[in-house]
Design a protein around this ligand. Structure first.
Ligand SMILES: *[C@@H]1O[C@H](CO)[C@@H](O)[C@H](O)[C@H]1NC(C)=O
Ligand SMILES: *[C@@H]1O[C@H](CO)[C@@H](O)[C@H](O)[C@H]1NC(C)=O
Length: 104
């Protein structure tokens, strides 16, 4: 009973893991993970710079990270844009560029 109450008070969120996620579909490295504390379901959009077209979205990566926060990482011709969520199972599949991806 005590254990049951403990679980009610600290609900873990189930998140999706995927190495290559595009248009809401996981193409490679599918799995699950749980975020125990904080907004730990992570969505990371990957962009590459191209002289002709500028920043091009390539794919999205999904995973869990306990210290997850919204941020942008810029390194040379490579950019990662991350979002975090919790409280809804697989919430990290409803975010990011993957859902709005257009073939080009
Ligand atoms: C992930 O969790 C869902 C829902 O619980 C389950 O249906 C699915 O089989 C799990 N996938 C993996 C790879 O464990
Ligand atoms: C870009 O996305 C494709 C899938 O469409 C993937 O196979 C490839 O590894 C990605 N490129 C990089 C450098 O991550």
């Amino acid at each position: 009973m005590l254990l049951f109450l403990f679980y009610l008070e600290i609900p873990a969120t189930l998140c999706k893991v995927c190495t290559i996620f595009k248009r809401g579909v996981c193409l490679h490295g599918e799995g699950n993970c749980t975020a125990e504390e904080g907004p730990g379901c992570r969505t990371s959009d990957m962009f590459f710079f191209n002289v002709k077209d500028g920043w091009l979205y390539n794919h999205t990566q999904l995973d869990c990270y306990d210290k997850c926060r919204a941020w942008n990482l810029l390194r040379g011709h490579f950019k990662v844009s991350s979002f975090c969520c919790k409280g809804r199972d697989f919430c990290n599949t409803y975010r990011g560029r993957s859902l709005h991806w257009k073939n080009r």
